[in-house]
Design a protein around this ligand. Structure first.
Ligand SMILES: [Fe+2]
Ligand SMILES: [Fe+2]
Length: 137
C-alpha cells in the first residue's frame, strides 16, 4: 500500500514517517513473496517495532502539544499496533518463521496504518496550522 494525499496530516515529519512505514511494509512483502526474508525476519520485526515506537512518541507529543481531541484514542490505538508486532514476535520465537503468517502480518500492518492514519492521525490537520510538531499555533 502506498501513502496518498488522503493520509496527509499537515505535519511534514509525521507524513514522512508514515510514508516510511508504508514503504517498509511494501519492501518486506516483496522480499517475502520472493521466497527471501527468513534470515532477516527478526531484524525486520525489530526495525518495525523501534521505528513505530519513535514515530508514535513524536506523534503523541504533537497531538498533546496542539490539544488534539483524539490524542487519547491515538495513544490507545498505538498500543494495539505495538501488541500486534509483539504477538508476531512471540509466535516467531516460539514456533519459528512462517512465510504465510509473515505475509499476513504485512497485510494487517497496511490495514492498520490505512485505517488509523485516515481516522485518527489526519485530525492533526485541524489543529496544526504551521506544520510544527512541538508548538501550539
Ligand atoms: Fe497515530
Ligand atoms: Fe501515525
Amino acid at each position: 500500500m502506498k501513502w496518498t494525499e488522503e493520509h496527509a496530516t499537515g505535519v511534514p515529519v509525521v507524513d514522512d514517517q508514515h510514508r516510511a512505514l508504508f514503504a517498509f511494509s511494501e519492501e518486506l512483502r516483496d522480499v517475502l513473496e520472493n521466497d527471501a526474508g527468513e534470515k532477516t525476519y527478526d531484524l525486520s520485526l525489530d526495525f518495525l517495532k523501534t521505528y513505530a515506537e519513535v514515530h508514535f512518541g513524536i506523534e503523541e507529543k504533537c497531538m498533546l502539544a496542539h490539544l488534539c481531541p483524539v490524542a487519547g484514542r491515538n495513544r490507545k490505538e498505538h498500543g494495539a499496533f505495538t501488541r500486534m508486532i509483539a504477538e508476531e514476535e512471540a509466535l516467531f520465537r516460539s514456533q519459528g518463521f512462517d512465510r504465510q503468517r509473515a505475509l499476513e502480518l504485512t497485510d494487517r500492518i497496511d490495514q492498520w496504518l490505512d485505517s488509523h492514519i485516515r481516522r485518527i492521525d489526519t485530525q492533526l490537520r485541524d489543529v496544526v496550522t504551521d506544520g510544527d510538531v512541538a508548538s501550539r499555533s
